[in-house]
Design a protein around this ligand. Sequence first.
Ligand code: AMP
Length: 367
Amino acid sequence: MSATPLPPGSTIGILGGGQLGRMLALDAARMGYRCHIYCPEASAPAAEVAAAATVAAYDDAEALAAFAVAVDLVTYEFENVPAATAATLAAKRPVEPSPKVLEICQNRLKEKRFLTELGLRTAPFAAVDSLQDLQAGLAKVGTPAVLKTTQFGYDGKGQRLIEDPADAAAAFADLGRAALILEGFVTFAYEASVLVARNALGEVACYPLVENRHRDHILQSTHVPAPASAETAEAAEDLARRIAEGLELRGLIGVELFVLADGGLLVNEMAPRPHNSGHWTIDAAVTSQFEQCLRALCGLPLGSAAPLGPAVMENLLGNQVERWMEILADPRAKLHLYGKGEARPGRKMGHVTRLLPPAPESKSRAR
Ligand code: AMP
């Protein structure tokens, strides 16, 4: 992609039809762009609000060829897009973030190696392709440790905690058919994330560090700002900037972090797309992460990433969505529902953001 901006009126192709694609398409429409969703599911939350949709498999060569002709730029709203799909499309249209970024972010081992080469800290790790590798890895990183598939894991799926080296064989038998990574278990003070956007001109905009609380490995709530010292908050923005530059990113990326008791930061993983922990930006930042993502993808100037004030974003998982009436009774609550049919346990059905009263200066960064 050249630095020439992609003007309003252009069509953005989005691979994936979930809520991230839906919110991206809504902001794109507001900014005068059209979105064309490509996903295998017949009734997708994103397709409901987009200008066009293709329902086809990710390896359907004919459908991909027609999609490429219909759009000006391709992006994706989930990182498990098959590499071959990205490569096929990239031969015809710009795919951003680039297939190279996708390749790094969809493989935990490549991701950790990239971060280590950049000089950033991660959990200690080892590649595991055999039980012997696992035993050697455990000797290196110690226990407890977490064994993970290098690809296609999300929300804690494809992971086993190993508390004792004697559990290695059972954990390997559970996961051993795929390529694996062993990570030392990090005793963190809390989990956090930072979102960063970079455009074709190399401009970078970084949102403030936020705290993420999980339940059963699924994000439950995001707290803005994170209860970090000014030094830690600055270090998080600095590392996100270095990642965006190291990846030569065009688009937006979410960087998940472990914050240690001494304020140190370890990078857990990266997602090269809008991120659940950035939903607060729709109602509580000058520029939403979705608008920012579009600006970055289209080579437009980036918007301000400044928060409007402290805020809390709460995910509505499964039947928590039934609380919609109670949430709306709070006139300051901003409710977002994704239009999904069945409220299966743990399924992300919507979210609610509340701006909080400004914290007294002395308390806002204390923990
Ligand atoms: P992930 O899929 O890597 O984001 O992992 C899901 C969740 O598991 C994280 O949000 C953490 O709560 C936990 N987790 C993952 N890796 C580690 C680790 N190396 N040490 C401690 N907790 C971890």
